[in-house]
Ligand binder design. Sequence first.
Ligand code: ADP
Ligand code: MG
Length: 280
Amino acid sequence: MIRTMPLMGTVVSITVDAPEPAISRAFDWFREVEAVCSRFDPASELRQLPVGTATAASPILFESLSFALQLARETDGAFDPTIGSRMAARGYNRDYRTGAASEVPGSDEASFRDVVLDAGERTILITRPLTLDLGAVAKGLAVDAAARELQPFQNFCIDAGGDMYCGGVNPQGRPWRVGVRHPRDRDRLADRFEVRDCAVCTSGDYERGAHILDPRGNGAPQVASATVIGPNAMLADALATAAFVLGPARGIALLERMDVQGLLITPALEQFRTRQSAHA
Ligand code: ADP
Ligand code: MG
C-alpha cells in the first residue's frame, strides 16, 4: 500500500504493509524535524539559538548539526551549514508554507568555524551572527527516523522527493529498483539501481534551480545531478549536496573516502562513478 503526503516542501510517499498508526508515526517525523530545523520559521529551535551563549539542544538539532559540522571539516568548508544568510541573500528566504519572507542575520565572513558544539554538555555555541541552514541534512534525517518506525515491518520504501530509503524487498520480493532521473529530460532515466536496506539520495539542479551554493564562490556548477547510495539517508543526502559543490573529481574522491557509492552527471551529461557502483 502506498500513502503520500505533502511535507517539508515536497511530496513524501511511503510504501509499506503496516497498520495505520505506524505509518502516521513515520509521517510525523517529517513535521517534527521541520519544526526543529527549519531556517524559515522564526519559532524553530534552530532560529531561536542565541549568539554568544552555549545553549542546550534537542537530540534532533544536536545530532544533525554535529554531523553537518563534521562534513564541513571533511570538505574544508565546501559543505557549510552556516550558508543560511547567503541562501537568503539569493532569494531563498521564503517559507514555502506561508510565502512569508524573513530577515535573517549573518555575513559572508561567517563559517562553520563559528559554531562550537560541546558533546558532553550537548550545547551549541554560535560565536558571531549567522544563520544555520540544515536543508541538506534535515530531509535525510527525517527519512531515517521514519525508517526506524517502519523497521518492524521489514519491507518498505520511503520517498521524500529525491531522498529515499528502501528497507528489505519490494512487493514482488525483489530488491527495490530506484531510478536516477536524467537531469535534462524528465521522461528519461539516467540509470537505475537495485537496493535493499539503504538510502538513495539525489541533489539536482533541475527541481528547484541552483539552490546549492559554493561558499567559496567558485563559478558555474560542474555537476547537474549527484546521486549517493549509502547506509542511511542523512549521510547520503548531505554527501550528494557536498559532491555537487565539490565537482566531479573531488566529489567522487569524497564519496570513495566515505565508503558510499555515487553517480555524478555533469551539465554536459558526462557520468562519473565511484569505483564500487551497484547496477540494476
Ligand atoms: P533538496 O532540498 O532538493 O533535497 P539538496 O539535498 O541538494 O536539495 O539540498 C539543498 C539544500 O542544501 C539547500 O536548499 C540549502 O538548504 C543547503 N545548501 C546549499 N548549499 C549548501 C552548501 N554548500 N553546504 C551545505 N548546505 C548547502
Ligand atoms: Mg538532499
